[in-house]
Design a protein around this ligand. Sequence first.
Ligand code: AKG
Ligand code: FE2
Length: 282
Amino acid sequence: MVRVPIVHLPHDARAEVVAEVISGDGAVIVDRLAPLELMDRVDDELRPFLDATPTGPDEFSGDKTRRTGSLIARSPSSRELVMHPLALGTTRLFLSHATNFQLHLTQAIAIGPGESAQPIHRDQWAFDFFPFPPGYEVQCNTIWAQTDFTEENGATRVVLRSNRAEDRLSFELADTEPAEMARGSALFYSGSVYHGGGPNRSGTTRIGLNITYNVAWLRQEENQYLSVPREVAETLPTELLRLMGYDRGAYALGYIDDLRDPIEAVRPGTGSVGFAVSQPEE
Ligand SMILES: O=C(O)CCC(=O)C(=O)O
Ligand SMILES: [Fe+2]
């Protein structure tokens, strides 16, 4: 694999351009996309939960890494990242071969000092290693830098252009590029690109907010119906609820009882009749 640097785009990049670079390289960084004031709010809201999260149970999760989920319930401000127009706009284009997409997972990943490199993987291996046809993308992912990402503190490592490579390959750290970026920036990457959390050789913790989307005909990784309590769900905008999966996937997946729109469970009277699926607007 030829090593190429990760492309950086400015915060006002268009979704078309972001999606195009992901298609080619498998990953792209949008610099300083979220205001620091928003990152501060998310940090304040999540801090108690991060502190209370145990470190990972295995090599993949990382025994010096904390993974804190349920961001929508725990951090109201994180909903602005989940619904970020560039994230949704890019995902809509990148996954446009599917009828609609949904939220796949929300996870703060805090890589502590001394953590070793996470095994290099494809996120789409979560789907039981199903061999999706090359070019049929099932995920569009973001990692928002809650701290600066440096090579030293464990910036995500990416094997650029490996999105079109064979499945089940093994890569070494030497095959990867670090996704170095300033706080508030976002790494966008496909489910097909090989990557992994970097080793943290610094004295501080690296925090990224992994917010990912997948085609709505597949199961979502973080179960939003159970991660976000019903009483919180009832307060959320309909657009976010639909993104969380209170919607049909494709023509019929996930309907309730008499072919009713799943949004009816939380917001009676607002559902669509028949099988029209909606998609969040930019
Ligand atoms: O924390 C990171 O930089 C990447 C984590 C990752 O790739 C994963 O957990 O699937
Ligand atoms: Fe990953």
